[in-house]
Design a protein around this ligand. Structure first.
Ligand SMILES: [Zn+2]
Length: 226
């Protein structure tokens, strides 16, 4: 079910934060509620999820989402005990954020547009407003810079804003490394970054839109506290 799991315990609090990224054995698209239920059974908490639109809105959530009340945003933050956060991706960069001592959690969906809008920093700022101090950020599996081909003009336009994202494909054409860009943004925002690794396009155990097109499922980044 998971390609990666980690946990952190607060120094001052006894709060344990768990993070995980699911694998391609699950498809967490909206039309697969059974898969969401499976994840919730394993984690032992309900999750709030998002309708993701490649923007920079950050929403504070206080309750799990049902069928008709899923907020539209690309980052969620919470301080509600027993509530998990979920973002869903297939090539975009999923980021999970936590300050276990302060009990503040965040989850971000950052693709190319989200990186340009710096949605990750917006989420960090919101978490600091909620009392977060030492933040850890897990950068999950995503399409790597050697696989994400873009037109030359787009690469230069994006690299002018986020220089770390400038890349080249393994076949020598212009590319973007969105993961490197998001990582740099998190570091500039004072976050301790954990790079999970794994290219979605290259790894069959992860969903990839660039590899599979419209048939592609979605995997999830999950963060919860216990
Ligand atoms: Zn790759």
């Amino acid at each position: 079910m998971f390609v990666f799991r980690d946990s952190r315990e607060g120094d001052a609090s006894r709060t344990r934060v768990d993070v995980a990224f699911t694998d391609a054995s699950l498809d967490l698209r909206e039309q697969r509620p059974d898969a969401i239920a499976q994840v919730e059974a394993v984690a032992g908490v309900p999750f709030a999820r998002l309708v993701q639109v490649h923007g920079d809105d950050v929403v504070l959530v206080t309750a799990p989402t049902g069928h008709d009340d899923v907020p539209t945003a690309d980052a969620a933050v919470t301080t509600t005990p027993g509530l998990g956060l979920m973002v869903r991706v297939a090539d975009c960069v999923p980021v999970l954020l936590a300050d276990p001592d302060r009990g503040v959690l965040g989850a971000v969906h950052a693709g190319r547009s989200g990186m340009v809008l710096d949605v990750a920093t917006r989420a960090v700022e919101r978490m600091r407003d909620l009392g977060a101090e030492h933040l850890v950020g897990w950068v999950g599996p995503h399409v790597c810079g050697a696989c994400y081909e873009v037109p030359e003009g787009m690469r230069e336009e994006v690299a002018a804003l986020v220089p770390e994202a400038r890349a080249q494909t393994s076949w020598g054409t212009p590319a973007l490394d969105v993961g490197a860009g998001v990582r740099a943004q998190l570091e500039r925002a004072g976050v301790e970054v954990v790079e999970v690794g794994g290219c979605t396009r290259e790894r069959e155990d992860l969903h990839s839109y660039r590899r599979d097109g419209h048939r592609s499922g979605r995997f999830a980044g999950l963060v919860w506290a216990s």
